[in-house]
Design a protein around this ligand. Structure first.
Ligand SMILES: [Zn+2]
Length: 412
């Protein structure tokens, strides 16, 4: 028997009606807000009604457990997040949480008792929208983030994180109690919308995630010479913006030339000083996001970018200062679980593609503490973090039935 789609839709409507409408269109349920709190309380209530015992850790991650017939065996865990970006969509994150509960409800319908326990996880604060820190809850759980790094953080409105946590019932001094590097899980699964166009374009029903790309982020400050735009002949210029333009195109070309292992690079911002029409630009700063699923390949591309920048410095008589903004390590998901998800998909007659994830997810941290697998369902036109985000209910049903059969395989 499959999951009950109409019951799931009702739960989506119920949770997505909890929203900060003051932001306008779409879903704005930011982490650690009153909307987040209301949604979490309601979700916990629904979990308890389904017979789950609920625990909340010191950073706010929720664990809802369905005891197996041999409770000492490691549990099968699955989950995602309930928080959203500002003006986000109705499926990002919440699919893995509400869908996980629907899988449990459908096991209850069928009176199926698994050997291993099942644990549904809601990771707190997955989106970076509030604090400019993504996957906060899973990072704290995996020991990658603690009190010292977080204590000075403020949200986008300038409110202190300690005060925000306090209002939410979290003591910032005690968050490291959430650290759990040996969670006694046999495996963890996250089902999520793709947030990219591959499955929709290719009309494939399921993405089996092989690896999760991670970014290397840096800024390039190009220092030239600000000069009078009328009196400075072309040959006497050290135009910082023209040099930056060459760098931007080089970044694009190098990413294209290194496209194996899913290397992509984006110059997302360019600021120019003094930024007026009648002065040759004296200074330009670029923000560059370089990603890939293989550390070596990504860093090869980085090295090529830096050597190209050095050539441009020499050629144009400018000076470039590189500042590191972020360096994360790409993660490969568990080979056994990739094969398990693929073979269960085949068993359900679903078309699938083994593919990397360009976006980050809580799963990339959990992968370091237990074997981890991810399932993608198609995103219409690849649109996400946007009110137009859409996945068809047929695709969602297929994805959840796949999750259910994978969990049952693992739990026996
Ligand atoms: Zn998400």
């Amino acid at each position: 028997m499959g999951v009950n789609l109409s019951r799931l839709k009702d739960l989506f409507i119920e949770i997505n009606s909890i929203n900060d409408y003051s932001f306008g269109d779409g879903m704005s349920r930011l982490a650690y807000t009153s909307q987040d709190k209301t949604a979490r309380e309601l979700f916990i209530k629904r979990c308890q009604e389904a017979g789950l015992s609920v625990r909340v850790d010191a950073i706010g991650n929720i664990f809802a457990r369905r005891e197996g017939s041999e409770p000492n065996l490691p549990a099968i865990a699955f989950g995602s997040h309930l928080d959203t970006v500002i003006n986000g969509g109705q499926f990002d994150g919440i699919l893995g949480v509400l869908g996980g509960l629907e899988v449990i409800r459908s096991l209850n319908d069928e009176n199926i008792k698994t050997k291993h326990s099942l644990e549904l996880i809601v990771f707190e604060c997955e989106e970076s929208s509030r604090f400019n820190i993504a996957t906060l809850g899973s990072k704290v759980m995996c020991g990658k983030l603690g009190y010292e790094k977080l204590k000075e953080v403020k949200d986008f409105r300038g409110q202190e994180i300690g005060e925000i946590f306090g209002e939410f019932g979290i003591d910032i001094k005690r968050i490291e109690e959430a650290k759990n590097l040996e969670p006694n899980y046999k495996s963890f699964f996250e089902i999520h919308i793709e947030q990219g166009p591959l499955l929709d374009n290719e009309k494939i029903q399921i993405g089996v995630v092989s690896a999760i790309a991670a970014p290397h982020r840096f800024s390039v400050r190009v220092i030239g010479q600000p000069q009078h735009s009328g009196t400075t002949a072309m040959k006497y210029r050290n135009d910082a913006l023209c040099a930056a333009a060459e760098i931007i195109l080089a970044v694009e070309k190098i990413a294209k030339d290194n496209s194996q292992n899913s290397v992509v690079a984006t110059t997302g911002n360019c600021s120019v000083k003094p930024g007026v029409m009648n002065v040759v630009p004296g200074e330009t700063t670029l923000l560059i996001d370089l990603r890939g699923i293989n550390l070596q390949t990504r860093e090869d591309a980085y090295a090529q970018i830096i050597s190209h920048i050095n050539k441009i410095e020499e050629k144009r008589g400018v000076k470039c200062e590189i500042k590191q903004l972020g360096f994360d390590t790409p993660c490969r998901l568990d080979e056994r679980l990739i094969n398990l998800i693929a073979s269960e998909a085949k068993g359900l007659n679903l078309s699938y593609e083994i593919m990397p994830s360009g976006a980050g997810h809580d799963a990339m941290h959990i992968a370091e503490i237990c074997p981890t697998g991810m399932i993608f369902v198609p995103s219409h036109a690849g649109i996400s973090h946007n009110p137009a985000e859409f996945s068809s209910w047929d695709d969602i049903e297929n994805g959840l039935n796949l999750l259910k059969s994978v969990i049952l395989k693992e739990a026996e």
